[in-house]
Each structure stands twice: as C-alpha cells, then as structure tokens.
Design a protein around this ligand. Structure first.
Ligand code: TYC
Length: 120
C-alpha cells in the first residue's frame, strides 16, 4: 500500500503547519446557515417489541407526538407488523426531547419500548 505522508519526513507526529485562521484551542466550531436554508430534520423512530402494550404506544403517539387517535393506531400497527415506524419529524433538539420522553414514560411503566432518531 502507498504511503500518503510523502512530505512529512516520515516521523508522523509533527504539528500541522500553523493556520492563522484556525480557532484557538477549546473554541467551538460553528457553521453559519443561510437565512434561506432550513435546519436539518430528524425522524423519531419507534421500534417494535413483544412486551409494550399496544394501547400504551397509541397513548404515547397521541400525547407526545400529537397524533389523532386514528393516526396513532395506524402508526402503532405499522410498527407492530413491520418492526419500526416514524412517530414524527422534527429539528434535532425536539426529536431528541421526544425520544427522551418516550424512554422516560416507558421506563416508568417497566416497558422496554425503544425510540431513536435518524436524519431525514
Ligand atoms: N408488539 C407489541 C404488542 O404486541 C405492540 C407494540 C407496537 C410495541 C409498537 C412497540 O413500538 C411498538 N403488544
């Protein structure tokens, strides 16, 4: 395999050349977003399991994800049959808050229901 460090002198641990525009150590890197760009959205996924009651999943979909009773029932059944389903789509901070709400409510009741996020 070819070595990609041809000009490095072979030591492999030299500091990179100083970049005057580089942020000082400890600074948080940020990337500005155009006013026209929408923030990325994340799906909140619910996973099927064999123990969480159907009624509890429907209740969560209504209370946490603001689905109608009919929509909540359809989503729950799709997860029950297909193993995974989308409860809603949100900006990252909101999606993560919803996941935490699902896990907290499920843990309170002793159910193993799992949720997660995935970039749209
Ligand atoms: N499979 C569960 C049952 O038969 C119901 C269920 C649906 C559980 C959706 C989790 O995300 C889920 N009681």
């Amino acid at each position: 395999m070819a070595c990609a460090q041809a000009a490095s002198g072979g030591g492999g641990n030299e500091k990179p050349p100083q970049d005057p525009t580089r942020e000082s150590e400890g600074a948080v890197a940020t990337r500005s977003r155009s006013k026209l760009e929408r923030p990325p959205k994340y799906k909140v996924l619910l996973y099927n399991d064999d123990y969480t009651p159907m009624e509890f999943v429907v209740e969560l979909l209504e209370q946490v994800f603001h689905k109608s009773p009919a929509a909540a029932t359809q989503i729950m059944l799709a997860i029950h049959r297909g193993g995974i389903g989308v409860a809603g789509v949100y900006v990252l901070e909101v999606a993560e808050t919803k996941v935490a709400a699902v896990h907290s409510a499920a843990e309170d009741r002793g159910y193993p229901l799992r949720a997660g996020t995935e970039k749209e």
